[in-house]
Design a protein around this ligand. Sequence first.
Ligand SMILES: [Zn+2]
Length: 574
Amino acid sequence: MRRNALATLLAFLTFAASGCAPGDSVGGDAETPADLVVTDGRVVTMDDATPEAEAVAVRDGRIVAVGSADEIAAYVGDDTEVVDAAGRLVIPGFIEGHGHFTGLGDSRMILDLTTATSWEEIVAMVEEAAASTPAGTLIRGRGWHQEKWTDTPEPNVDGVPLHDDLSAVSSEHPVYLTHASGHASFVNGLALEMAGIDDGTPDPAGGTIVRDASGRATGLLRETASGLVGNLRAGEMTDEERAERFRRQVELAGGEALAHGVTAFHDAGTGFGTVDGYRALADAGELPIRLYVMLRVSNASLAENIGDYRMEEYGGGFLTVRSIKRSIDGALGSHGAWLLEPYEDLPSSAGLNTSPVDDVEETARIAAENGFQLNVHAIGDRANREVLDLYQRAWDATGIGGSDLRWRIEHAQHLHPDDIPRFAGMGVVASMQGVHGTSDGPWVPEKLGDERARTGAYMWRDLWDSGAIVTNGTDVPVEPIDPIASYYSMVSRMMNNGEVFYPDQALDRVESLRAYTINAAYSAFQEDVMGSITPGKYGDLVILSADILTIPEEEIPSAEVDVTILGGEVAYRR
Ligand SMILES: [Zn+2]
């Protein structure tokens, strides 16, 4: 095994030194047969040296050659698995640029509220769950969004109901329903009672216990207020149950990712315990896809443990940990995004600063001093400006040239026009989600007003043209892990209501594919091992049912992932 890997490496280095002309079959020796060959495809590599080919050979998990079908036929031996692409598009595996891996698995284990079109429907789902769940057991759900309901419940506060109907059907079960944005939760009366929340409970820093006119808690908890019932969520589980739940989450998330052509996933924020779990699975060869994990822990814990948690291409390239996640504001939909000027539809508020700037700046210093990447969630224009400013201050304070650190801003949804060129200027990656633009689009102008929305919201084109690295992803489970849907959003800006959201900011199809592959690899320091179909990189490939680079635009959403290949093995077939 080791000798083969060494031979592959030597072959790759020999090639690299030989200055092969583009268009030639490139890669290692054909004397040793490949483990897998994909042939007769339209291979679009995302590698400028050899942009297109017909076939790819993979050996020992890595791509060894890319070329014409005839050239690559030389790599087929008795034991080679040959995948006939039959003229279909072959591209690098998609890299989910920002998602929540265990959250994705968990979302398959709890009530899925994403398609509910009314509050009554959600109450009915909870009632049904309560009937089949032992009294006292927590009922969880995820993905509700009041903007998706056909009518506004009565009574309500800001369009969100009071908990009475819900509590009436779940008097013996605590209920915890996470908002689609992940930035608010709705709980029932028993959960409020168990968490000790009453009329006199003060709002925690960076959060709101939403109350009605009489001062009674409605059940809606914004931002950090959800943490008041956090113990309730984690409680009552043995260590074995917890471990079993984790394995199940990873397994479900991996299956879901591979079925959508996702071979690598940027996991946007976990604690050390989850990383320990990932590391154990990596040691056992049981991680289902490649994970790039961002640490999300307190500064004190970070400073103490950061040295033990740096991993690069660990476990055969399945686990990398070299980045830190922080968050500075909330979401636009729940008026949590931190703005420079108040909301158009809520003039009393300019949003929430969910973590003190000083505290995030301290994280930035720890990250810079340890050579870690820092990825801060920022949605509103004030939040984005504060983060760019504090990045610069941390680099100045530590004397470290920050552009090599590839720090990112997660979401970067709403920017003041003056701040757009700062991303490229500072080398800050815009870690964005195409699908957020089109699913938020219908209500963004009423929240920000037309002028701010047009010049500052989801500015993919302006960022790209200014030289910034833009990536794509879904923030799953906020949105489904569907790269084709989020790719289509970036290409078209087409919203579900059939209207187009400020189309000037769309990217073209090749740019959008770069965002999902090589740019995402760059944003994780992994462009030497993934993100394009290039000899020496991991054999992570996807075959699509339709050519999303050439078919009529409106047909893109119906394209499907036919085959996903991970490390040279077929990991999913439709
Ligand atoms: Zn997220």
